[in-house]
Design a protein around this ligand. Structure first.
Ligand SMILES: Cc1cc2nc3c(=O)[nH]c(=O)nc-3n(C[C@H](O)[C@H](O)[C@H](O)COP(=O)(O)OP(=O)(O)OC[C@H]3O[C@@H](n4cnc5c(N)ncnc54)[C@H](O)[C@@H]3O)c2cc1C
Length: 460
């Protein structure tokens, strides 16, 4: 039986990053992956969707070129080529992960990993079985889309993310159930290409985890672009017709018709058939329970990434992978601090956020100072022709701690990192005020938002 200091089950951004860090720390590492290195993120999530959204953005730019004094005639798009480019981007990055595993001398096993007694892991591929003996195990098996009974994907009318990322033909109309980041990104992509998109959301507002002001602003922008929203919706029956679907809503009483429906109502962890029942590992509502250093209740078994619970984001998975690897190597890494994990939605306009919303800060008992700065007050935004957006910051009145930062508008997914560094370093309002931001940049709005919270904004 081959022996390893650490056996990692799952080769997504959690697992493969944990493997690299463990190898850097001179541990012998096995990585078990049943499908494709890079996991959902590289193959069917973050990366291929961003490639598609880039195509949509290009089309959006091309259609608006005349505003910039550039004339482009006959703007058309080729869906097959967009999909091909997206798939090539994924393949390129998945191959890159394979090369990284080789470079770091990580032994990769193709197949399903199942945990057995005494930290053994059996890898099965077809009828072939390989047994590994681990000193430590990291579970990084990710998650899958939640499926509602009566709404099971059929690859034809009811789409999973995979069909939504590889359409054979351009749909004329689409229903998207769920208005979290994934639902909104698909809505933005297909709407930009000209499909009639209806987003159905059970909560009373879209992007429900975002600050209310930001989600209201984003909704208004999306509606201007033609996306329809049905909020506070209660799903009824889904009827599949020959080439289309009919979605009956119990509330508000209506029927929505479209070529396809995409379900984006959340995810559930891949915790089944892993042999967890033979361990002390505990689960709750489809996820493995860990402490803030990613340890489960079974000594020597760690869980990271989507399988270890929200937020379901690649950068959270990778960061947890580093912490778990460093714990195994006997270092004393910092704990994972969920309030410092940014979330981004790559629609047009983009949305980015960090920490508490205004409502959450109030519920948590903070007396707050809130700053807002609109894109229309920023020179670079106007020069770019991107004057729709807002940067909102929330501070604790007593301590000056940055509690939350929330943005909607062009390139905010790149801007949020400035606040992430500040918050991680426990910067106060004064640190942000003393920082000098380059001109002309969109980042100046971050400065102005902080200044505005304290009545010192300069350009509004
Ligand atoms: C459409 C879409 C868009 C997204 N966009 C973003 C984004 O823009 N930004 C962002 O941060 N996040 C995004 N996400 C979420 C992101 O993909 C996940 O948070 C991330 O992939 C989680 O990483 P992970 O390593 O925990 O799991 P995964 O990436 O799911 O990897 C788990 C791996 O484990 C393998 N596996 C499972 N069980 C076993 C087993 N028993 N044996 C062997 N292998 C196994 C699977 O094959 C898989 O490769 C998106 C997700 C989707 C679906």
């Amino acid at each position: 039986m081959q022996q390893f200091d650490v056996v990692i089950i799952g080769g997504g951004p959690g697992g493969y990053v944990a493997a690299i860090r463990a190898a850097q720390l001179k541990l012998s590492v096995a990585l078990v992956e049943s499908q494709h290195l890079g996991g959902i993120c590289l193959n069917w999530g973050c990366i291929p969707t961003k490639a598609l959204l880039r195509s949509a953005e290009m089309l959006h730019f091309a259609k608006n070129m005349s505003d910039y004094g550039v004339s482009v005639k006959d703007v058309k798009f080729d869906l097959t080529k967009m999909v091909e480019r997206s798939r090539n981007t994924s393949s390129q990055l998945s191959a890159g992960v394979k090369a990284l595993m080789k470079k770091n001398k990580v032994t990769v096993f193709d197949g399903m990993g199942v945990i057995g007694p005494d930290k053994t892991v059996t890898v099965s591929q077809g009828t072939q079985k390989t047994s590994l003996q681990a000193k430590n195990i990291i579970i990084a098996t990710g998650a899958r889309a939640k499926i509602l009974s009566g709404y099971e994907p059929d690859g034809r009318l009811v789409w999973t993310y995979k069909e939504a990322m590889t359409p054979k033909a351009m749909p004329k109309s689409l229903i998207i159930v769920g208005s979290g980041a994934i639902g909104i990104e698909f809505a933005s992509f297909y709407n930009s290409l000209g499909a009639k998109v209806t987003v159905v959301e059970a909560q009373e507002r879209i992007l429900p985890v975002e600050d209310k002001e930001i989600s209201d602003f984003a909704k208004a922008e999306f509606m201007k672009q033609g996306i329809e929203f049905i909020i506070s919706a209660r799903l009824g029956a889904l009827r599949k017709l020959k080439d289309s679907v009919e979605l009956e809503l119990e509330s508000p009483k209506t029927i929505v018709k479209a070529d396809h429906i995409i379900m984006a109502i959340g995810i559930t962890g891949n915790i089944e058939n892993l042999g967890l029942d033979k361990t002390k590992v505990k689960t709750n509502l489809g996820h493995i329970i860990t402490n803030t250093h990613l340890q489960t209740d079974e000594p020597g078994i760690y869980a990271i990434g989507d399988v270890a619970g929200a937020p379901w984001l690649a950068h959270k998975a990778s960061h947890e992978g580093v912490i778990a690897a460093e714990m195994i190597a006997g270092l004393k890494p910092h704990r994972i601090i969920k309030e410092n994990i940014p979330g981004c939605t790559y629609s047009i306009p983009q949305i980015a956020s960090l920490g508490m919303t205004e409502a959450a800060a109030i519920v948590a008992g903070h007396k707050i100072k809130v700053g807002r700065f609109p894109f229309v007050g920023n020179g670079k935004a106007i020069a770019l022709g991107e004057s729709n957006g807002i940067v909102k910051t929330i501070f604790d009145e007593k301590t000056g701690e940055l509690l939350g930062a929330h943005m909607v508008g062009s390139e905010v997914t790149e801007l949020i990192q400035g606040f992430v560094i500040g918050k991680t370093m426990e910067a106060t309002e004064l640190d942000f005020m003393h920082a000098i931001f380059p001109h002309p940049t969109l980042s100046e709005m971050m400065h102005e938002s902080v200044l505005q919270a304290y009545g010192k904004a300069l350009h509004i």
